[in-house]
Design a protein around this ligand. Sequence first.
Ligand code: ADP
Ligand code: 5GP
Length: 187
Amino acid sequence: MNKKLYVISGSSGVGKGTVIKGFLNRNKQFILSVSCTTRKPREGEVEGVNYFFLSNEEFQNCIENDKFLEWAEFAGNRYGTKKKYINQCLADGKDLILEIDTKGALQVKKQMPEAVLIFIAPPSLEALEARLRGRHTEDETTIQKRLKEVRQELERAENFDFKVINDDLEKAILELEKIIIGDEKNA
Ligand code: ADP
Ligand code: 5GP
């Protein structure tokens, strides 16, 4: 039961949301944790589904009251995972996926060494930038902030358990299934 926390990270625009969605469509028993953020919702994002959207004050309150398992600042906004939700899911024996940044992933690993850390990498930096721009969800300043994070993310990824290159989408989903389902079978 303890080996059921999978943490997935990857640079903004690499396609981790797309890969995870493909995985979840085929593996319905997995639950994707909903994070808190101070970022403003993108068009179409829904409170409690994509994120819990908090004000800076609300987020600060959660930090001060020790509500987060981990939290980190990313490209000018703060993001965090609530302890209560994660502990409840794990206690219920649920299979849980966290999609969080590399700083947060390493914090989780420190506290829960059984967590499996998976890094989604781009086929190239050019492809990463093209995908981030092609998504048309961020303005130029935000895109630049996100691209600035990439080098450090790749360095932190050296400490992850697995790396999946998201070149061909279907292959990336299959690879993720091999890691997670293979691991589940062996648990
Ligand atoms: P992230 O969640 O990592 O920020 P997204 O899942 O939003 O990234 O994907 C960013 C963009 O890249 C989207 O427009 C998505 O359709 C596209 N994308 C995802 N995976 C691939 C892939 N393997 N090949 C080409 N484009 C992809
Ligand atoms: P986005 O703004 O594109 O939704 O997310 C930006 C970054 O924040 C991504 O790398 C995403 O994985 C990360 N992120 C989302 N939720 C959390 C969280 O709860 N904690 C941390 N540390 N990072 C998160």
